[in-house]
Design a protein around this ligand. Sequence first.
Ligand code: PDD
Length: 285
Amino acid sequence: MSRIVYVNGRYLPFAHAKVHVEDRGYQFGDGVYEVCEVRAGRLIDERRHLQRLERSLAELRIRMPMSMRALGIIVREVIIRNRIGYGIVYLQITRGVARRDHAFPSRPVQPSLVVTARALNKVRNEALAEKGIAVVTVPDNRWGRVDIKTIGLLPNVLARQAALERGARDAWFVDTHGIVTEASSANVWIVTSAGTLITRHADNAILRGITRTVLFDAIRAEGLAVEERAFTLEEAYRAREAFITSASQIVLPVVRVNDRIIGDGKPGPVAVLLRRAYHRFAEAG
Ligand code: PDD
């Protein structure tokens, strides 16, 4: 079965799904995106993801190309046409097509919308979570507004590639004060020796992950202690557990950071518990 992609008003076979060479997303990274999990054919946390999309667009003064309701219908249609049971949906909106000029187009243009969906391998993802992953750290040299989910991801791309080349699965960004901000495409959490969960407070230096937000509900319901604050790499080295959160991996244990083993080198009980609990707190639609 051929994959189907939604591009600017049409559902097209993958090979025919194209955007214009002067799309500002292509030329300037002038656009935003969202990734939602699909589970048992249902969209997870759609409302929150679409709210964040609206916020990202507003921050960049890009028009929403259609109503939220219409967008929700397209996203569902892409899931159905690709027969996704377990996987992800990717939505991208750029400022649109205009003659190359850094300033916004002088006349209003229609923003470009692309929606794709992809199946993920559940068995492989579960096996990864059972083993836990290794990460390396890289300097956080990103711009000052990574709270906006823009498609400009070059530092994230380079960080992930550096991780692979250093024998790890992912990279954590560390700022000039030695503080862990987030991972290349996920938020970072640690569990201290006292059993308290720590994740960095959400300001302009991290993306406020939807998985992160929903996880707070799970943490509260489980009666666990949690603090939203900056933590250093040194503190992470001493942590009992570490994990990352994102829509595509939910809760993924981290068992090694650079050359340091975290805890006993196996996924910790808090990460395992929260991974299992997550979908009781997420919205499925
Ligand atoms: N990434 N931080 C960054 C830099 C991210 O790119 C992401 C998500 C997150 C977690 O956000 P959420 O819980 O809403 O997925 C944090 C997506 C999955 C991606 O780029 O594929």
